[in-house]
Design a protein around this ligand. Sequence first.
Ligand code: NDP
Ligand code: HSE
Length: 440
Amino acid sequence: MKPVNVGLLGLGTVGQGVAQILDRNAVEIARRAGRGIRVTRASVRNQGKNLAASLDISTTSDPAELVNDPSIDIICEMMGGEQPALELILKAIENGKHVITANKALIAIHGNVIFEAARKRGVIVAFEPAVAGGIPIIKAIREGLAANRIEWLAGIINGTGNFILSEMASKGRKFSDVLTEAQALGYAEADPEFDVEGIDAAHKLTILASIAFGIPLQFDAVFTEGISKISRKDVAYANELGYVIKHLGVAKSRDDGIELRVHPTLIPSQRLIANVNGVMNAVLVQSDAVGPTMYYGPGAGSEPTGSAVVADIVDVVRAMSADPNQRVPHLAFQFKELSDKPVLPSHEFESAYYLRLEALDQPGVMADVMAIFGELEISIEAILQKEALLDANGVAEQSVPVILLTRRVKEGLIQTAIERISALKSVIDEVVMLRVENLG
Ligand code: NDP
Ligand code: HSE
């Protein structure tokens, strides 16, 4: 059978990984796919020209040439950003080409439109590389867990952020230094704010929630908080209490709606997921039949992400000749079966909470704070009162840090407690609030 021709839009970190894997493992991949797979063309601007020349891939600076080239069967979009990627993908679909994309922003924001266009044209749009780099998490949830009602999932789904938090916690390194290293290693997004402010994780959580619960993609509904405000102090106090701080994406299906949230989270340090460090990602899925399952692997990087792209290419090649109506649905559930269950506002979230306040070192302060919790009926799990820190002259500061862990409660109630505590004259500075998930 004649080989399948692949065109690569973008030959940067991911694109180069794909080209190298397809070249190095060509024989093994053809044995799996049932046909040869070759990259014939790539659109390049600066990166990847030498690699293209060494692999005999013809290049152009105009990506539109590839999506309009009748000799190309599959387009892999690895450029990033919303435009021109969206326009190119829609054109490729219109031209009857199957598409693979690593672009989670594009799928999270425009996926509903893209999948509708693909369904009407009878082509596949695959996106395994868009979530958790090299971990086959889309396939695991969409196909491997198809028997289950998924209750919740929680994941470390940004490699750059986890790399930063791990290096800060284990080596005391500065946030900005670790971010620069992550950029040099090709882990970070073109705009690294996407990584540190949780936007990239929110894109991925949007996709995971959709295939887990059968809801449309709704990126705008995800509550998102980044890691840039995590202080070394909170990392240390959390450790003292037996927790590790991780940047988690959490999607929970409740009777009254769905929680979709990305934020720094305290996790008990003995949990497997609390020990996922560096660029590694992990997704823990709680389902009714199988129970908890966890998926672990590199969340970013050239060949790890390339591995997911190539797996999607193989899947597409195998499915090319199948009846389009018998293929795995893009978002796991049949398109007419998507649910309109609402995504809940943040004051409805339920979690336990870590609060750190700076209180004047004087009698009666703790009583005032505890009275507020008592009135709001918020139970306290643990309290840690630290010694006053010493200033630059070695003199004890007037305030002492007080750390409280609450039991699970609605977030609206915690916000009320924080407002009241902040209004106390004896409490100085902003109250720090972090969510705590037991993940048991
Ligand atoms: P890179 O910046 O390394 O590569 C992007 C490639 O696309 C480069 O060849 C770049 O050209 C080209 N390109 C970008 N914009 C345009 C444009 N407007 N017109 C023409 N060419 C363009 O990015 P990555 O490989 O890191 O990421 C690509 C995609 O994969 C992104 O969506 C990213 O989120 C996703 N992804 C990345 C992972 C990673 O580990 N890096 C992991 C999983 C997903 P130029 O030569 O000028 O740079
Ligand atoms: N910037 C992303 C990350 C790339 O660090 O996880 C992988 O999606």
